[in-house]
Design a protein around this ligand. Sequence first.
Ligand code: KG4
Ligand code: ZN
Length: 347
Amino acid sequence: MLILGIESTCDETAAALVADGHVVRSNIVATQVELHAKYRGVVPEIACRAHIENILPVIGESLSKAGVAPGDFSTVGAIAVAHRPGLIGSLLIGVTAAKTLAWALGKPLIGVDHVHAHLYSVVLESNRQPLMPAIGLVCSGGHTALYRVGHWLDVQLIGSTIDDAIGEAYDKVATVLGLGYPGGPILDTLAASGNPRAIRFPRTLLGRESLDFSFSGLKTAVLYHVRGVPRRGQNVKSLDFRPQPAGQQLHDIAASFQAACIDVIVEKLKRAARQTGAKSIIIGGGVSANKGLRAALSNFHVPVAFPPLQYCTDNAAMSAGLAHVYADAGRVSDLALDAIPYSQFAR
Ligand code: KG4
Ligand code: ZN
């Protein structure tokens, strides 16, 4: 079955056509990075307005790239949409477009969870199914969470960040270092030629068996390293601006920050695998593109699956793929489908 997927949970407007849950016929992503770059983070109102402008052209392009003739939807079996979690204004655009198409064309509508879809992205193109039960890690700009995945319809939250998401920490550290947005890919590249042991940044592991994450202390440690530690009662903004780190110093900070992030992730994955007896690890979300993380997990004691690079960040192919599993299980939505800003497992 060919499924049209629609994604608008945050700042990417995307549409894709995927056959049989893994054959990606088209995958169109209209990024809004330039609109948000000067604010160094996603501005919800700007995102929502850009989705309105982009959604129809993006869907149209995904159909034509997949060879679906204009006006002939006979080959499209269902319309899938990521309807949770995300920014409410952004979600509403994709959900409304999907409902309208499903109603007008008389096609089934399938609402999928965006975070579960990030995990499913490891199946795209290869159709290699991970061994289950698996530990799923979603690490992105909006989420850092661990799941026990019994199968694609049995996804249970077992740990999550208590403050910043890891991608958010990358983006904020990049800002402190005077680098561009989004910071993740820039720091990843700088880290490749830095010394990961140059600065000992903290590894926050919380309790001995905890599967939760915390990245705000690490982010602050980088800030203090660059600007100096404020004295009691002194606001960090008022600190004398030291010269921005440059050259090898910058590479070393990036590598040391990345090493701290990776050490925490590896330790949490070990704990989660031990506690649940997982047979494999699945990693999705923007930070799963990280070269250092991929290298660090290359010899993990159970197989680790990463998505092809183009499906790490937000896309609609992962939602269309997961919707195939939902459709097979009869998990079809109706026109009452709502945009829901929080995850099914919000704590
Ligand atoms: O999955 P995504 O597109 O959006 C959310 O659902 O949040 O992830 C975007 C995040 C950004 O914070 C970006 O800096 C980060 O993923 N990112 C990376 C890399 N590529 C993207 N972080 C570390 N290393 C990378 N190579
Ligand atoms: Zn995402």
